[in-house]
Design a protein around this ligand. Structure first.
Ligand code: GLU
Ligand code: ZN
Length: 304
C-alpha cells in the first residue's frame, strides 16, 4: 500500500517543523533535546519551527506550565516562528474530523471498558453495534490488516500491523475530548507541518497517525524519532517524575550537554559561551546523521 511514504517535497512546500509539548511541567533535559533537534532541523532546512501547546488532557496539566515552557525555550534561544498555538482552540476541527470518519463508516462508537479489553488488541466488538450518541462511549477508528511502514532517519525502517498491535484505536475519548492521535494529525495538517521530530516513546504513534492522515486525506509528514533520554535506572525523564527543570544559570550547560547527547561535537570553549552563541554554532554544524540510532540513550548528569 502507498500510505506510508511522506508527501513528496517540492519547491512550494518549504520545511515546517513543530515542538508540541504537553503543559504538564517545565522543560527538562528530555524535552530540551526534542526542542533543540527540531529547531536545528528546521533552521538547517531554512524552514519554520512552530510551538504548539498540547493542552487537551486537563487532568494532567499543571497551571503555569505553558508559560514555563516558553520561558525556558526563550532562555535557550530556541526561538519559535509564528504565534504559539493551543490544541484546545481547535477542538471543533478535531470534532469535525471525528464526525467525518464516522459518517464515512470508518469510525464507530464503542462502549467497552478498558478493563473488559485488557491488554489484548481491541477485537472490534462494537464495530457493527451502532451505539447511540447519548450513552457513555468513546469513538474508535477501524484499522485493516495492511502493514504500515515508515522510514525513520534515526530509527530505520519500521513496520507495523495495526490490527494485531492494538486493533481499532480510540480517536475520541469517553471524557468527550479528542484523543492525542486525532488532535495531532488535524493540527499538524492545519499548520502545514512537513516533518515531525519527537522522542521514540512516540514511535508507535506514527503508524496510527499515518493511518488517520490517509483516511482523512491529509498531507503526510515525515517522522524523525530521537532516542528517549533515560536516567540511570533506564526510566524516561519526565515532568511527572520531576526531572530537574532548566534554570537561567544552567541553560548554556544544558544546551552543550544536549548537543553532545545528540551526537554533535561542540568545542569545549562553547561551555562558557552564552546560549545565543551555542545556538549559532549548532545551526552551522548540525548533523542529524550523528544522532545515536537508539530507542533510548542515557541522559548526562548535569551540575547544579
Ligand atoms: N504532546 C506530546 C508530548 O508531549 C507530543 C506530541 C507529538 O510530538 O506528536 O508527549
Ligand atoms: Zn467496544
Amino acid at each position: 500500500m502507498s500510505t506510508c511514504a511522506p508527501s513528496p517535497p517540492n519547491a512550494e512546500t518549504p520545511y515546517r517543523g513543530r515542538f508540541a509539548p504537553s503543559p504538564t511541567g517545565p522543560l527538562h533535559f528530555g524535552s530540551l533535546v526534542t526542542a533543540l533537534a527540531g529547531f536545528l532541523q528546521a533552521r538547517s532546512h531554512v524552514g519554520r519551527w512552530l510551538l504548539r501547546i498540547d493542552d487537551i488532557d486537563p487532568p494532567r496539566e499543571q497551571p503555569g506550565a505553558a508559560d514555563a515552557i516558553r520561558t525556558v525555550l526563550a532562555r535557550c534561544h530556541l526561538e519559535w516562528d509564528e504565534e504559539v498555538t493551543f490544541q484546545r482552540h481547535s477542538l471543533e476541527d478535531h470534532r469535525a474530523a471525528c464526525e467525518k470518519l464516522m459518517h464515512a463508516g470508518l469510525a464507530y462508537r464503542c462502549t467497552c471498558s478498558r478493563k473488559l479489553i485488557g491488554a489484548r488488541a481491541y477485537p472490534g466488538t462494537c464495530r457493527e453495534a451502532k451505539h447511540l450518541a447519548q450513552g457513555r462511549h468513546s469513538v474508535r477508528v477501524r484499522v485493516g490488516a495492511d502493514r504500515v511502514s515508515l522510514e525513520d532517519p534515526v530509527q530505520g525502517r519500521q513496520t507495523w500491523n495495526l490490527e494485531q498491535e492494538g486493533g481499532d484505536f480510540v480517536i475520541w475519548r469517553v471524557e468527550d475530548l479528542p484523543a492525542y492521535h486525532l488532535a495531532a494529525v488535524v493540527d499538524d495538517a492545519a499548520a502545514g507541518i512537513t516533518e515531525i521530530v519527537r522522542g521514540a516513546d512516540l514511535l508507535d504513534s506514527a503508524p496510527r497517525q499515518r493511518h488517520l492522515q490517509t483516511l482523512l486525506d491529509l498531507p503526510r509528514p515525515a517522522y524523525l524519532h530521537l532516542p528517549v533520554a533515560v536516567d540511570a535506572a533506564g526510566q524516561k525523564l519526565s515532568k511527572q517524575k520531576l526531572a530537574p527543570a532548566i534554570s537561567e544559570s544552567s541553560a548554556a550547560e544544558a544546551l552543550v550537554a544536549a548537543l553532545n547527547w545528540l551526537g554533535q561535537t561542540p568545542p569545549t570553549v562553547l561551555q562558557r559561551a552564552p546560549p545565543a552563541a551555542i545556538i549559532e554554532w549548532a545551526i552551522a554544524h548540525w548533523d542529524p546523521r550523528a544522532i545515536p540510532r537508539q530507542r533510548q540513550w542515557p541522559a548526562p548528569h548535569l551540575g547544579s
